[in-house]
Design a binder for this molecule. Structure first.
Ligand code: IPT
Length: 980
């Protein structure tokens, strides 16, 4: 007799899957405080625990829903109840690797098992009832009052049993295994989090209750009519008062309606009533179709501005409360995201309901990923083994049946990363029969035989262009016929722009290509949220824990931190960039203003437009911009509302589009779209200020032995700037390094620029001063920067000129020696940065600058940063990535001022621009730190005034950093001015 938990059968004793429904049937939430005991094997606590009279008084109490690995429970070794996080009994993170031997469907004997018990009361007058679990990870066996009801696998899917409850006291016992046959089908890149992690409820089923219903609500965009039919499992009546519909279930009505879209989520509310139950209806009329290779909803092409969303909370894992789900949706809508791929499993049903209400296009994905079989060359892959078909169909059915009535769900995704197999044919056939109204998506089979979309993850910009033109190369595995069909399909970019650490770069590049070809229906950034857990170190300091913080193998390490919002849902700079790039109104600001309505469906009536004129970031006027009606997909040109003045400087006009009224997801005044244009850039005459001090004293040796130039004093041995006016500093040094970002490290052995930098020594340059020459009004310091062991070098010349009250510095660098005499190619020996590092007194506190801001910006992530004048504390310039790495850069800075109590203001001016970062620790310390709390104030402020930095890219998963964002190793000259 095989074990139920590691056999092919997905479950036993369960009811047929059915629609998620809100109804007037009585419902008893069984969420709350349960009894719990953890055991090392599937035998759990033994046979007795399911008996009514079992004494569980010594057991832990645990809240349900939750994951036991995140709750205080007694560890296997005994002792007192405590959180298991950080231990190998706690949350474990693997990416593609399965946490157990590949021996399907069996699992190891060591199989942590949680026995749960709940005693609950049922009112005397209750009749027949069902017991519903919305999600248990990974396998549950259930007993009610000592009677076995059955078992189930399929962690992120509901299951129900007929529940012969007794009036009065009842005892529910559930045994949950961490590993099961289901584990082989649930190898998603995420934490392994066992437990009863979604709601448990008891629902009364009176005679004549509606067990299932199916809403068919299409929209004919030619006639403006909606067609409604509601099928029910029992005779029932459909009432939609607002539409004057009153008819029997199974009948059809055609009436004029407003269609549902993510932008205008119009729902018509009504009821479906049978002899025993009334179910709420929330009807959204829409028709999804693919015609001429283009995805259309309600007759118009639809463009997914999407993200991949895992369910995650830094304290409760995949147990989410409604507030957190709403928060996700609000944040998405506020950042111009209109679509969600529910990677890689059906979310809590409330999330789908909320998508109907708030308006998000949903690509709902089944709870199926068999990635771990890649380590066996896909040998034994479940989709290719008929013994797994019942489990695959079971998962598909439970998803489709649950959410079939949601207008937001516009496509079903069969699986993620499960390679190929004939079971997908049967899965596809079942869905097409049951729900022909939605297209199907499956990315990994290169023939796309079961998919209505062609789809890929992480293509390069070049490949994406080819795909847009339907010219992408044919994969070897497929024949001509499949190839022809594949090219005819619309293309859905299911993952791109890996948002790990600082990044992703190139969001604008991707968006431009996606917008340029009708084949594309948009894309989904990987991914919405970092999956990190709050944890404390031995000293009690809180930090965000990732895979490597647990001593366990295999281990996915930091890969779980790749979201657009941090684990606590604080938006990252990447999300700010995405918001700007995805804005549904394109505005181009010049002598005339062109406004393009890039929505899928709605006009711009809900937006108010304003303008603002600034001279060098200082306000010089503002007003309302009158914009005539513009239908979706149309443009309009309006005259520029204002002329620039004659004064020198940069005259920038900013146009903004804001919500006119409160919406469910943002208040009136919320900024939806904006753009800037330089109306005039009038060069400033630099005032030729007289030099201070006698000309003949320029290079005199000062009283303290330094070399003097104007107001400045240099070290005669090293040529380093020691003093500028009253400011004591550790003058600029050539700096070509940055603390590597996750993307700099690439993926596995691929695209690891950080390794190249280290191999050629950019992370440990030593400096030598070769010449110090005083020549007229100049001081020239020439030197060489090079790394230990290497013959190659950077030769530099610093040309200092006294300049009014300050100094002008011209830097020239050249690269000498056999740089590529390492295992690396010239192409990869790029510079992370080329610039100057200054050590300044620690009392500097504030930065003001004119340039891009307020957030960080890089060469390939600068859209969200507007040109203006900004102020920030130094600490406010840091972005607290949970894994310390380069951050807080500002491109195109015209000038920067640092100030602090008792210190002269340091002003840096570009010629014309520079990049800057300023922080209380060095790049080396930033690189060494494992967590943010490892970063300590060095007592100095480290200011980088850089010619440039390389871009960010998203090579942590995806293509290498595009050529145009690589900072080349070539002779360069640039200059800046310093003044204190
Ligand atoms: C892709 C996965 O679908 C996703 O779950 C995540 O792991 C992502 O990569 C990386 O973070 S699969 C990868 C092999 C392209």
């Amino acid at each position: 007799m095989p074990n139920y938990w590691d056999d092919f059968a997905p479950g036993a004793g369960r009811r047929e899957p059915r629609a998620d429904a809100v109804s007037d049937a009585r419902r008893l939430s069984l969420n709350g405080s349960w009894r719990f005991r953890l055991s090392p094997t599937a035998a759990g606590t033994g046979d007795g625990f399911n008996k009514v009279g079992f004494d569980d008084s010594a057991w832990d109490t645990i809240r349900v829903p939750s994951h036991w690995v995140l709750e205080p429970v007694t560890p296997l070794a005994g002792g007192t109840a405590r959180s298991l996080r950080g231990t190998d009994e706690g949350p474990l993170y693997t990416n593609t690797a399965l946490p157990m031997p590949l021996d399907p469907p069996r699992v190891p004997t060591e199989n942590p098992t949680g026995d749960y018990r709940l005693v609950f009361d049922v009112p005397e007058d209750w009749g027949r009832a069902v017991l519903r679990f919305q999600g248990v990870d990974s396998c549950a066996k259930v007993w009610l009052n000592g009677q076995e009801l059955g078992f189930s696998t399929g962690s992120r899917l509901p299951f129900e049993f007929d529940a012969p409850v007794l009036p009065g006291e009842n005892v529910l016992a559930v045994r949950v295994h961490r590993w099961s046959s289901g584990t082989y089908l649930e190898d998603q890149d995420m934490w392994w989090l066992p437990g009863i992690f979604r709601d448990v409820e008891l629902i009364e089923r009176p005679a004549g209750a509606i067990d299932d219903h199916f809403v068919h609500a299409g929209f004919n965009h030619r006639t403006g009519q909606g067609t409604l039919r509601v099928d029910a499992s029992t005779p029932a009546r459909v009432e939609i008062p607002e539409l004057g519909i009153s008819m029997a279930a199974g009948e059809t009505a055609t009436v004029p309606v407003q269609p549902w879209s993510a932008e205008s989520p119009r729902l018509y509310r009504g009821t479906l009533t049978s002899a025993g139950e009334t179910v709420e209806l929330r009807i959204g009329f829409r028709t999804v179709e693919i015609s001429d290779g283009v995805l259309r909803v309600n007759g118009r092409p639809v463009f997914f501005r999407g993200v991949n969303r895992h369910e995650h909370h830094p304290d409760t894992g995949r147990t989410l409360d409604r507030e957190t789900m709403v928060r996700d949706i609000e944040l998405m809508k506020q950042h111009n995201i209109n679509a969600v791929r529910t990677s890689h499993y059906p979310p809590h049903p409330e999330f789908v309901r909320l998508c109907d209400e708030y308006g998000l296009w949903v690509v709902e994905e089944s709870d199926l990923e068999t990635h771990g079989f890649i380590y066996a060359g896909w040998e034994g892959n479940p989709p290719a083994d008929p013994r797994w078909l019942p489990a695959m169909l079971d998962r598909t059915r439970r998803m489709v049946e649950r959410d079939k009535n949601s207008p937001s769900v516009v496509a079903w995704s069969l699986a993620n990363e499960s390679w190929i197999g004939e079971n997908f044919d049967a899965v596809e056939a079942w869905i097409r029969e049951r729900d022909p109204s939605r297209p199907l998506h499956y990315e990994r089979d290169p023939s796309y035989r079961n998919s209505d979309f062609a789809s890929l993850m992480y293509p390069s910009l070049e490949l994406l262009e080819q795909i847009g033109r339907r010219e992408d190369p044919r994969p070897e595995e497929i024949n001509d016929e499949d190839d022809a069909r594949r090219r005819s399909l619309p293309f859905l970019l299911c993952e791109y722009a890996h948002a790990m650490g600082n990044g992703p770069g190139s969001l604008l590049d991707y968006h431009r290509i996606l917008k340029a070809y009708e084949r594309f229906c948009g894309g989904f950034v990987w991914e919405w949220i970092d999956h990190g857990f709050t944890h404390r170190d031995a000293a009690g300091r809180e930090f965000i824990m990732h895979g490597s913080d647990v001593d366990y193998r295999p281990n996915g390490g930091r890969y779980c931190l790749d979201g657009l919002v941090f684990s606590d849902r604080t938006p990252s700079p990447g999300l700010a960039e995405l918001k700007k790039v995805l804005q549904p109104v394109e505005i181009s600001v010049a002598e005339t203003i062109v406004i393009r309505n890039d929505h899928d469906a709605v006009g711009l009536e809900h937006l108010g437009f304003t303008w603002r004129l600034e001279l060098d970031g200082v306000p010089r006027g503002n007003g309302v911009l009158a914009v005539p009606a513009v239908a979706a997909g149309e443009s309009v040109t309006v005259p520029c509302p204002v002329d620039p003045g004659d004064e020198p400087g940069e005259w920038w006009l900013t146009v903004e589009a804001e919500l006119r009224e409160d919406t469910a997801w943002a208040p009136a005044g919320h900024l939806v779209a904006w753009s800037q244009g330089a109306l005039a850039v009038r060069p400033k005459q630099r005032r030729a200020e007289p030099l201070r001090g006698p000309v003949s004293a320029w290079h005199q040796v000062s009283s303290d032995g330094g070399l003097r130039l104007g107001d400045a004093v240099f070290d005669p041995a090293s040529g380093r700037l020691l003093r500028l006016g009253r400011l004591e500093l550790d003058g600029p040094q050539l700096d070509v390094y940055r603390a590597p970002t996750e993307n700099d490290r690439g993926q596995g052995g691929n695209n690891n620029l950080a390794a190249v930098w280290s191999a050629v020594g950019l992370d440990r340059m030593q400096h030598r001063t070769d010449r110090i020459e005083a020549d007229g009004d100049r001081l020239r310091v020439a030197g060489r920067s090079a790394a230990a062991t290497h013959p190659h070098a950077i030769e530099y010349v610093f040309d200092w000129t006294a300049d009014g009250p300050g100094l002008r510095l011209e830097v020239s660098v050249d690269f000498t020696g056999p740089w590529a005499d390492t295992p690396y190619q010239h192409r990869d020996i790029v510079l992370p940065r080329l610039g100057l590092r200054l050590g300044l007194p620690g009392a500097y506190e504030e930065a003001r600058w004119f340039g891009r801001g307020p957030g960080e910006s890089y060469a390939d992530s600068r859209e969200a940063a507007a040109v203006g004048t900004y102020a920030s504390s130094l600490d406010g310039l840091q972005v607290g990535y949970p894994v310390p790495q380069e951050n807080g850069n500002h491109v195109e800075t015209r000038w920067l001022e640092l100030s602090g109590a008792g210190l002269p203001t340091l002003k840096v001016e570009g010629d014309p621009v520079f990049h800057f970062t300023a922080r209380r620790w060095t790049s080396e310390a930033l690189e060494r730190a494992r967590h943010p709390h490892d970063l300590a104030d060095s007592g100095r402020v480290w200011l980088n005034v850089d010619h440039a930095q390389s871009g960010l890219g998203s090579a942590a998963c995806g293509p290498s950093l595009p050529e145009q964002y690589r900072l080349p190793r070539e002779a360069t000259t640039w200059s800046v001015r310093f003044q204190a």
